[in-house]
Design a protein around this ligand. Structure first.
Ligand SMILES: [Fe+2]
Ligand SMILES: [Fe+2]
Length: 169
């Protein structure tokens, strides 16, 4: 097989984390949905779909490279979201954490001199720049607007357009 057992194992763990992130974002989306903030809800529902897509990318890669797929237990999402700021802060923290996880996977692929895996992982390295900067921006806008000014944030999302729809998958 093309992939080492160690790297396949680490990628399986990442599948679990991406699925966990997806659930986390569904939870946040539902919070905004119940607060009658449809643009923020839509933004996070799409974000949830994207995380699932990330998980599937890892699944397909592991299979293609001849590794074994075994999906681990997925962490429960943060029980209760209480504010927009908290939701955006959590999301930004998540994305920074995921960036480190992707870097760790890349380091492993480099150590193993696995060039195919490095090529595959490069997409995620680039993706994290967009993910972190999007959440960072959202957090700034939410802080500026304040919890009573979230309709401005709704407007902002409509005007800005969805970064997920700007091109790549
Ligand atoms: Fe992701
Ligand atoms: Fe993400």
């Amino acid at each position: 097989m093309l992939i080492s057992e160690q790297l396949a194992l680490a990628m399986n763990e990442q599948v679990g984390r991406e699925l966990g992130a997806s659930n986390q974002y569904v939870n946040i989306a539902a919070y905004f949905d119940s607060e009658a903030l449809p643009e923020l809800a839509g933004f996070f529902y799409r974000q949830a779909d994207e995380e699932r897509m990330h998980a599937m990318k890892f699944v397909h890669y592991v299979v293609e490279a001849g590794g074994k797929v075994a999906i681990p237990a997925v962490d429960e999402p943060t029980a209760e979201i209480k504010s927009a700021e908290e939701a955006a802060k959590l999301s930004l923290e998540w994305e920074l954490e995921v960036t480190n996880q992707i870097n760790d996977l890349m380091n492993m692929a480099i150590e193993e001199k696995d060039h195919i895996a490095q090529e595959f992982l490069r997409w995620f390295v680039n993706e994290q720049l967009e993910e972190v900067s999007t959440m960072d921006e959202l957090l700034s806008v939410i802080r500026r607007a304040g919890e009573s000014g979230l309709l401005f944030v709704e407007d902002f999302i409509v005007r800005r357009g969805d970064p997920h729809e700007e091109g790549e998958a």
